[in-house]
Design a protein around this ligand. Sequence first.
Ligand code: F6R
Length: 613
Amino acid sequence: MCGIVGYTGSREAYPILIDGVKRLEYRGYDSAGVALLQDDNISLYKCRGKVSELERFCLDKNIKAHTGIAHTRWATHGEPNDQNAHPHLSEDGKIALIHNGIIENYLILKRELQRRGYQFKSETDTEILVHLIRDISKNENISMAEAVRQALNEVVGTYALAIINTEQPEEIIVAKKGSPLLIGMGENEYFIASDGAPIVKYTNKVIYLEDGDVAVINTNKKIEIRNINNEKKRPYTQKLEITLDQLEKGDFPHYMLKEIFEQPRAIQDSMRGRINVEKDVVSLGGIIDYEAKLMNAKRFIIAACGTSWHAGLVAEYLFETLVRLPVEVEYASEFRYRNPILNEDDVVIVISQSGETADTLAALEIAKERGATVIGVCNVVGSTLARNTHAGSYTHAGPEIGVASTKAFTTQVTVLTLMALSLARKKGSISLSYYHRLINDLESIPQKIDIIFQQNDYIKQIASFFTNKRNAIYLGRGVNYPVALEGALKLKEISYIHAEGYPAAEMKHGPIALIDEEMPVVVIATMQGTYEKIGSNIQEVIARKGKIISIVTEGDTQVKEMSDFCIEIPATEELLMPLVSSIPLQLLAYHVAVSLGCDVDKPRNLAKSVSVE
Ligand code: F6R
């Protein structure tokens, strides 16, 4: 959450900073700010709202500078307003600081600083840092980097920090613990950012800071990185694995729509090189070294949040059916605080698009501490999750910028399918013919999704039916139950229509009380084991005048006749159905949100990467 950008070099900093925070807006967008070093002064401009508001605010301001930092915020402490926006400035105006993360002991530190006479202008946890660092640097007569290190030794919590100060006007000090931060290396210029998006336009040489690192970036010197104990570290330069066109919307009006339409390609990339000509799953990223652990596992535990948790629920069906081992799927936020019982025979799979979700990372650490093998399924290369798991597979979806996850979900399910298939094949837990049927069908999923796209205009028409509705129910059974949850999540998060997903048979245990002529009920009723049963569930809705929007298998007549609207999707193996049945639900949510005039890529109150608890 929150985006950080910094620049020091010979170019004008402001356009680089503004372009950078725009690219990071998906991480948070309730307020934004920029601090620029101008001669011996720091100019600070910040305001509530998106980066475009900040740009308007700066139109008549002096923005000339070669060093600066900028921030786009997702509020944790203190409401989104001008005062709480970052950067924060020291009382004497000599230091400006931006922060991503949470300072847990900020109240104790704040009281102590207030006792010493410091006046606070904001309600944020961040502001204590700027006063604390200034207090130390004034009283101890030490370098700013040393003052930062000492201050951070007093802090409990997580942070990615960027600091500029008037005494070293070509310098940015950065520090990291629990929130990502990268340094981009140009020719006599440096870029900093909370991910690669603002940097890739200028350089693909980056240094990923590690937890506890404090780095001094100065165009007159070599980068100096020290850990929290003040030991010098050798900077390790890596190649940034993203390209600029992956970050652009192209001809699409929104990132979400672009990412929905990218799914055939993204799923292909997830499979690429992982199935050989004999149709065997040959290799899955880095998990080969841990294959014995996977083969001997007694139980799989899956921990994730949000959409990734839904992918985990799909994996429960995949692993139980194909590998015949017990699977438990956990909300990472609950798992981490539940004192879970784990042992060395357990394999814990953590799933995360960003690889920075705080609760998922905490679940990962607990699982490791307790001796389990931890496998990651993750999209962002080099993310904390990717670096901290024992082994794992990237989804290769490419950057996902729209806040609502779409291609992340289908590529996670693809990778989890490959994992389950590979294990099932090696363990001999499914027949060879079924195994080959699944592999063949998996390979045809991208074409099937392309066929669904032909109905985009029809789905847009269905969306107009939702625009005056306040609620919706999504129903599915078996492997389509997580798809119902995911469809409901998509609708509520981007259109603000209240939506709930249920296993269809659960409806009569309570939710049926909500059904009346105003209630749209989206039912995923593809041909599968429970097809007849879901037909009865639909009848129960119709008897109460609910409106049925069904997702059915091509050629279906039975459910189609009962439906007010019906979307046909290509026939697919039951276990792989979520890869296709989720697509019309993504499009439906998208078109409903657009028709209601919502900002689909930046829905209210949300942020892409939830790096705070
Ligand atoms: C919903 C959505 C969120 C994320 C969740 C986990 O569309 O995007 O529910 O799925 O915040 O994020 P990752 O996958 O990055 O751990």
